[in-house]
Structure formats: C-alpha cells, structure tokens
Ligand binder design. Structure first.
Ligand code: AMP
Length: 282
C-alpha cells in the first residue's frame, strides 16, 4: 500500500491508472478505522482494479464547539488495517494541503441539509460536501463508496454528484453493527462502558419501530414517540432528534408509504451518536 500526502502525486497516480484502463474505487474516511470502514474497503476492492482510501479529519465539517481536536487519530493502527484490507493507495493529506491559505470555495447543497443532523450541526454538510467534492476531483474515482450509517450524508452527496455532474457512481453500503446491535462508530471510543451498553438501545428502539410499522402502525407520531420513550427510559442519553422521513429526499412524510428512513441522534455527555433504519412499506 502506498501512502500519499500530496494532492499532485495523488492526481498523477490515479491519472496513470485510468490511462491503463483501471477502474478506480474510492472510500473517503476520517480514520479511526473499524469494521464499518473496512467493509466499504473490501467491497471497493472486490469491485475495482484500484482501491483508494482517504483519511482526513476535515476541519470544515466540525462546529466550533465540536470534537475536531479530540477526534481519534490512531495513524499507525489505521495504516495497518487499511493495508490488511487490501487498499492500494492511502491518501492522507495535511490540513494545509487540503485547505491552502487563503481558501475561499465551498459547496452548499440546499434544503435537504436543513433538517435532521443539519439542524443541530449548522455548516456541517457544507464542510462535508466541500471536502468530498475536492476529494472527487483529486482521486477521480469511477465509484464512490459511502455508508448508510450516515444516511443524510449519503443522500446529500448523491444530490451533489447529480447536481454538479461528477462523473462517478455512488454506492451506499449497509451499516455494520456490533454483536449487541449498536452501529460501529469512531466515536464509540469516547463512551463509558455503561454508555456503550446503553448505545445498543438506539438500534433496539429503531428495530421495534420498524416492526410496529410492518405490523400495521400508521401513525408516525406514535412511532417517533415509542422510540423517544424507550431511549429516555433505558438510557442516560439526551435526544437531539428522532424523525421519520422520505428515504430518498429526506422530506417529511405525509403518510406511511414508500421507502421510509427512521433516523435519530442522541448525545451521551459530549458524544453524539447517530443511527437509522430503513422500512419499505409496500
Ligand atoms: P467517517 O470516518 O465516520 O467519516 O466514515 C467514513 C465512511 O464510513 C462514511 O461513508 C460512513 O458512512 C461509513 N461508515 C462509518 N461507520 C459505518 C458503519 N458502522 N457501517 C457502515 N459504514 C460506516
């Protein structure tokens, strides 16, 4: 595995590969790699000739009171894991390389960034869209792999790719969970053992909601209430939001129909966890 720190070198290597007719797959991450990230990398490797992974803790997507400085950066372990997963190129740029001074250009996806996490993390999706837009120009992949774990991010980035005509196919991969059902997250390391146990309640409450809808529940308010009640009863978490929305557009639902995304964000101390589940109705 080659570790590349410069944008120019990255662009040159990938241009060479493309000239040789290689299909390039790309997995952007912020590192602190776990099985969730690795599942994306393995799929990328199966489906492409060249697998590029980026590790970049993107300052532009963190709010001023968020955990940018504290975000875990286990560089050595990450390199080992990426190597083992069969990654060909690890792109690992510095902040200066990605945002040379002065930096003036941002990408903003409208509307679908205003609700769910967007409401609680102003500017977050502007930072995400900007960095992924830049990374797509640097890596020039044929296929971009994203996780369903960050459901809103996946919808927003698909919209960006469509609106700005990035020549890339977006593939969204299933959420990888721990044995207790909790979604794997780089932020789980911040949790106390007690909070880590409670984190599994998020998934259980989502599963229960899905089962309710599948057994005929047609009141979304009741579904949301059920989830909120269970989380408040069984955990010490503070709920940012629980919402049922259209899975493709993230718009509010007027009735229980089509592909529904039930998404939530819950804070344990200063650690914010997100999770979601998809329900297909008819
Ligand atoms: P991050 O490093 O948190 O920015 O995540 C990088 C990519 O990995 C994003 O596309 C995430 O959605 C995806 N990802 C993170 N956690 C998981 C998980 N538990 N299962 C599947 N994909 C994940």
């Amino acid at each position: 595995m080659r570790v590349i720190r410069s944008v120019k070198t990255m662009q040159r290597l990938v241009s060479q590969a493309r000239r040789q007719g290689k299909r390039v797959g790309f997995v952007p991450t912020m590192g602190a790699l776990h099985e969730g990230h690795l599942s994306l990398m393995r799929r990328c490797r199966r489906e492409n000739d060249l697998t590029v992974v980026s590790i970049f803790v993107n300052p532009a997507q963190f709010g001023p009171t968020e955990d940018f400085k504290a975000y875990p950066r286990p560089v050595k372990a990450d390199q080992r894991l990426a190597g083992k997963a069969g990654v060909d190129i690890l792109f690992y740029p510095s902040d200066k390389e990605m945002y040379p001074d002065p930096y003036r250009t941002y990408i903003e996806v409208e509307k679908m960034t205003e609700n769910l996490c967007g409401k609680f993390r102003p500017g977050h999706f502007k930072g995400v869209a900007t960095v992924v837009g830049k990374l797509l120009n640097i890596v020039q992949p044929d296929v971009l792999y994203l996780g369903q774990k960050d459901a809103q991010q996946a919808v927003v980035l698909k919209q960006m790719v469509r609106d700005l005509n990035f020549p890339v196919t977006v593939k969204v991969c299933p959420i990888v969970r721990g044995p207790d059902g909790a979604a794997l997250s780089s932020r789980n390391v911040y949790l106390t053992p007690q909070e880590r146990r409670q984190a599994a309640v998020l998934f259980r409450s989502l599963q229960e909601a899905k089962e309710k809808i599948q057994s005929g529940e047609r009141s979304l308010a009741a579904v949301v209430q059920g989830i909120r009640r269970r989380i408040l009863k069984e955990t010490s978490g503070k709920i940012d939001y629980v919402a049922c929305v259209n899975a493709q557009t993230l718009e509010p639902l007027s009735c229980v129909d089509g592909k529904i995304l039930i998404a939530l964000a819950v804070r344990f101390g200063s650690t914010r966890l997100i999770d979601n589940i998809l329900v297909q109705v008819r």
